[in-house]
Design a protein around this ligand. Structure first.
Ligand code: BT5
Length: 263
């Protein structure tokens, strides 16, 4: 991967500018600085390796060289206030659509931000918003996708099982083709993020539907219930053991499937 081949691979997409790094701390941090300096809409930061890749709540995201996609796209939203969860979901949905196009694989979204293949995490998305006063200036959508087995972190780093595309597909995958497919899906769907069609597409990809799951939100007790779907606000609906349907807001939450025989 180098800047010339990237520019060629992405030539037919309306990407404004590309910054490529053989190795960098975090593409989201670079994109945040660039956004603050006035980066154009659809500017892209991409790296071959991240030495300080970030997940939510400053967790680490593992990106060794030559094995993964790690990139951040700067978006200037049209609304002055916006719902970051929709943009997070846009990243996850775009990865699912890219995987279908390039590898013929059907991925699911572990609400709110993980992409799963065969119930294992293959990609993570981190969306960050940047404000000027109370006006939303930019959103950075950071996406990390495991392509080769060496991209999968050691077990002690994981809080959920992980995998990579090539292990599931059984053949090699072109990083630039996958990048193109993900960006293309993201650009196509961006103008629909507030529509029912988008919500339906997001809903149709939800992992663990009808299964019993446990959701833990920061600062509150965990809730166990049967995973139903998303409501019109993008909140997750669970039916608890008592039959009550509860909605859970995205944010700093963790979702785990639980053994249904215990319920
Ligand atoms: C995420 O956070 O899943 C969001 C990851 C976003 C990474 C991209 S890469 C490009 C851009 N630049 C950045 O610096 N970040 C974005 P979270 O849901 O908090 O999950 C983090 C957890 O996933 C870690 O605590 C590990 O347990 C696990 N993990 C770390 N690296 C992984 C990997 N490569 N594959 C699967 N799981 C991983």
């Amino acid at each position: 991967m180098d800047i010339k081949s990237l520019q060629t691979a992405l030539a037919d997409l309306p990407i404004s500018d590309v910054r490529y790094f053989p190795s960098v701390g975090s593409t989201n941090s670079i994109a945040a600085e660039w956004a603050a300096q006035g980066a154009n809409d659809l500017s892209l930061v991409i790296a071959n390796e991240q030495t300080a890749g970030r997940g939510r709540a400053n967790r680490r995201w593992f990106t060794p060289p030559n094995a993964a996609l790690a990139f951040s796209l700067i978006i200037h939203p049209k609304l002055q206030q916006d719902n970051l969860e929709r943009w997070l979901a846009l990243g996850s949905l775009a990865v699912c659509l890219g995987l279908a196009e390039i590898a013929g694989l059907y991925a699911h979204i572990k609400w709110p931000n993980d992409v799963l293949l065969e119930r294992r995490k293959v990609a993570g998305v981190l969306a960050e918003a940047f404000w000027l006063g109370n006006q939303l200036e930019a959103i950075v959508i950071g996406i990390g996708v495991n392509i080769k087995p060496s991209a999968v972190p050691p077990l002690e780093m994981l809080n959920f099982p992980a995998t990579c595309i090539e292990s599931v597909a059984g053949h090699s995958i072109s990083r630039s083709s996958l990048l193109h497919a993900i960006l293309s899906a993201l650009i196509t769907w961006r103008s629909h993020v507030h529509t029912q069609d988008f919500l339906d597409a997001w809903n149709s990809r939800l992992a663990f539907r009808d299964e019993w799951v446990q959701v833990t939100s920061k600062g509150s007790e965990s809730i166990t219930g049967q995973l139903l779907n998303l409501n019109s606000r993008g909140e997750l609906l669970l039916r608890t053991v008592s039959g009550e349907v509860v909605s859970i807001q995205a944010g700093e939450v963790h979702l785990r499937p639980v053994d249904s025989s215990k319920n």
